[in-house]
Each structure stands twice: as C-alpha cells, then as structure tokens.
Design a protein around this ligand. Structure first.
Ligand code: SAM
Ligand code: SF4
Length: 454
C-alpha cells in the first residue's frame, strides 16, 4: 500500500513577527494531517492568508489578494483540480463573517485563538464554509504540537518564541485588545521546554514575542507569577543558546528585574524596542499610554545606566486625532533627545471600534503625509549616525549565511545590523568578534578579529 501524496500548504504572512511565529505553528499543526509547506502558490491545496488588522492598509491588502486567489482557484477548477482558501489572523478575528460576504470564495475564516483546531476546521470546511473566531477556554499553546526539529533546522539559526499574547492596555488607537483578546502569558515550563527544543535543533538566537511582551507574568509549577526579567535569567542558562531578544514592550512594564537582566545578562542583546508613539504629553494622554514624556526619558536613562551600550528602537504614530504642529514638534524633540538606532513610524489609521475612531478632531491626510516624511528623515539621519558610530568598534556577530560575494559571510550585530565580512562557510552558526571597518547603505562591513577572541 502506498501512502497518499502529501497535500501542499501555502501560507502568506502579513504584519508582525507574532504572525510569522503563528504561521509556523499552523504549519506544525497541519503537518500531522499530511500537509507540507510550499513556497509556490501554484499547486497549493490549501492557501492561508495570515492577516494583520493594525492599520487599514494592511487589512485592505487581504481583500485584493482574495480576489486574485479566487481567479487562481477558478483556473484550477477548470483544470479539474481544487484549492481551499483560508483567512487567519487579526482581520479574520475582527471581520469574521464579513470576509465571506465580501469574498464568497473563502472556505475558512479563523482567528488567532483557533490555530490548534486547524486540522479539524480544514476537515469541516470540505463540507461547507467554516467561521471560527471564538476565544476558546483551552490553552491553544498546550494543544499545538511542539515545533519539529527538522522543520526548525530549516528555519535557521534564529527563531521567534511567543511567550505572551493579547493586551489589556487599550491604547485608544489600537485594535490589539479586540483582535488578540486579553493579556495571557504562557506558563514558564512551556516556554523553557520550547526554548530548549529550539536550541537543541540548532537555534542560537531566540526572540521572545508578545504584543506587550514585558507584561509577561507566566506561572511557575508552584503557581507563582514570573516576570520577563526572571524568565530571561532562566533562558540564559540554556547551554548553546547564544542570544536573547524580546519585542514589543510597553514603557510602563519595564520593571526593575527586567532592567537588571539588561545589566547582568551578556546573552541579552543591548538593543531595546521601546515605543513611545508621541512626544507630546497631551497626545500621550489622549492615546491612553499612561505615561508622559519625562517618565519615558527617565526610564531610558535608567536602562542605559544599567547597560551603557544599549541602543534604542521605537514606534511613532503621526496625526493622531487632535495632534497640532506643536504636538508634532514635541515628537521630533523626544526623538532628538532619546536618539534611536532605528524606528518604525506610521500615519495614524482609524480602526473601527477603537476610541480614536470616535474622536472628532481627525488630522487631514496631507498633514499626516508631511509629518511622516519629516519624522522619517530625522530617524533615518539618526540611524545612519548610529551605523557610522559603529565603525572602529568590535562587535560580536552571529554568522548566519554565506555572503553574496565569494569568500564572504554575513551575519547580524547585537543591534540587528547586517554585517558582511570575509570568511568561510564553517563559521556559520558561530558568534565571532568582528571589527567594523565601513558602513554601506543597508549594512556594515567588518573584519574578523583574531580567532582566539571568538
Ligand atoms: N505594544 C506595543 C506598544 O505598546 O508600543 C505596540 C504593538 S502594536 C501591535 C505595533 C505598532 O503599530 C504600535 O507601536 C503603533 O506604532 C502601530 N499602530 C498601532 N495601531 C495603529 C494605528 N491605529 N495607526 C497607526 N499605527 C498604529
Ligand atoms: Fe496596542 Fe501596545 Fe497599546 Fe496594547 S500596549 S493597546 S498592543 S499599542
């Protein structure tokens, strides 16, 4: 008897790293049901769009993609084949039935809390359209299979690990508390087991993920809540694990234990994504961020005192309702003061159901466009200055791949900068001391410091 040919699964991932992690978990969940991941859309038996709802543009992209998928499926059907179409992620959670109303070709709509039920949902969808956007009482992580070692190896030397999901902060611009639900932390033992499994499979760098990762408070086996700082100390004990990162954090949740972890743990990279969104106290209040400009700047000072080589990254929103020129200038001023090695910046996007959407003093699109360009010019200038400041420094670089040119390898600095240097393929997987000798538009050029220092 021959086993049936494996079915092909194509997942297109939109949005943040948490969706990247979720897409891998969906592939793991479906692996035991005969699905193998493919990078080719043509020929896939199941296509899943893992969507993002954070800004309007991100969610609208999904509907245009669904139009293209319908055409592809019509062609496949005309050729006597078939293809199932699924929509996952935050658009699925937020729009539910509306997706099937706008795109009737969709077979399956399921939210981020349903991924462990995916094999069952796919089976049900063979008999008619299925929508699952419940927040089930069971822990989905308990039910998701552990990442397979051979799958993990193909994912490389760096991996994401979701430790926390959802958010209780309700910033007035943000859909996350509605699409991902209340804040939940995975138990400590589950996180440590998954981390060990990944490291055993060859992963050298782990990035802990959460919509609000530093609010982590997972339970230990004795039922005590453990914060992110303490969790990082535990993870740093795993032999073979070289680097730890975490993202994304809220300033209010940077507690003393976490700051101490930055002071004590060499494995914890000195690079912190700590969004402030705006530099105006008036706007921060309207955003319900629950801290002001000075508190943020004092916090940065404390973290940098603990870890002087720490570099900052951030997120900014321009054109939040009611933002005046003066408020915007205050945002530019906090950027100048805090100094960022990199930053993400967005025009405010009205999200239905959030308090911001109901505010009547929305900012005109042209004003947002102009402010975003000014802000991005400033952060680009800061990023270039930071990259230039690395020239002459010796940085540990995780060598991840062979370079584009013969005899070269490429890797990442502690600050996530791409670094190229002359080296051999055997160096891949190791952390090497590299002197930075030049800076290109998107990467640094380095040279290996004496082998003994590696
Ligand atoms: N938890 C993080 C924090 O508190 O800073 C943010 C996570 S959020 C998923 C990622 C980023 O998307 C935010 O930092 C914000 O800059 C941006 N964002 C969220 N909602 C937005 C909106 N309605 N319009 C524009 N940007 C938005
Ligand atoms: Fe959204 Fe972050 Fe605010 Fe939570 S803390 S509501 S994820 S911006």
């Amino acid at each position: 008897m021959t086993s049936p040919a494996p079915k092909k699964l194509f997942i297109k991932t939109y949005g943040c790293q948490m969706n990247v992690y979720d897409s891998d978990r969906m592939a793991d969940a479906l692996a035991s049901h005969g699905y193998v991941p493919t990078n080719e859309l043509e020929g896939a038996d199941l296509v899943v769009l893992n969507t993002c709802h954070i800004r309007e543009k991100a969610s609208e992209k999904v509907f245009s993609e669904l139009g293209r998928l319908k055409e592809l499926r019509d062609e496949r059907r005309a050729a006597g084949e078939d293809m199932m179409i699924g929509v996952a992620g935050c658009v699925a959670q937020a729009e539910g039935e509306e997706i099937i109303r706008r795109s009737p070709a969709v077979d399956l709509v399921f939210g981020p809390q349903s991924y462990h039920r995916l094999p069952d949902l796919v089976t049900r969808a063979l008999n008619g359209q299925v929508i699952d956007t419940e927040f089930p009482p069971e822990d989905k992580f308990e039910h998701l299979p552990a990442p397979k070692k051979e799958v993990t190896i193909s994912r490389g030397l760096t991996a994401f690990l979701t430790v926390q999901e959802g958010c209780d902060k309700f910033c007035s611009f943000c859909v996350v508390p509605y699409t991902r639900g209340a804040e939940v932390s995975r138990p400590v033992s589950q996180v440590l087991a998954e981390a060990r499994n990944l490291v055993e499979a060859g992963v050298k760098e782990l990035t802990l993920l959460g919509q609000n990762v530093n609010a982590y408070h997972g339970l230990t086996e004795s039922g005590r809540a453990m914060g992110l700082g303490e969790l990082l100390y535990k993870l740093a004990e795993i032999p073979g694990l070289e680097r730890l990162r975490y993202t994304t954090s809220h300033p209010r949740d940077m507690d003393d234990a976490l700051i101490e972890a930055h002071r004590d743990l060499d494995k914890l990279m000195p690079y912190l994504h700590l969004p402030v969104q705006s530099g105006s106290d008036r706007i921060l209040k309207a955003m319900n961020r629950r801290h002001d400009r000075d508190e943020y700047l004092r916090l940065i000072e404390r973290i940098k005192a603990a870890r002087p080589d720490l570099a900052l990254s951030g997120d900014f929103i321009v054109g939040f309702p009611g933002e005046t020129d003066e408020d915007f200038e205050a945002t530019l001023a906090i950027i100048r003061e805090a100094e960022y090695a990199s930053a993400f910046s967005f025009k405010y996007s009205t999200r239905p159901g959030t308090p911001g959407a109901a505010m009547d003093n929305q900012v005109a699109e042209e004003v947002k466009t102009e402010r975003l360009a000014r802000l991005q010019a400033l952060v680009t200038e800061q990023q270039r200055a930071f990259n230039r400041s690395c020239v002459g420094r010796t940085l540990p670089v995780l060598i991840e791949r062979i370079g584009r040119q013969a005899g070269q390898v490429g890797g990442r600095s502690p600050y996530l900068q791409a670094v190229h240097l002359n080296g051999a393929v055997e160096m891949i997987g190791g952390v090497r001391q590299v002197e930075i000798i030049d800076v290109g538009p998107n990467s640094l050029v380095g040279r290996l410091v004496a082998q003994a220092a590696a």
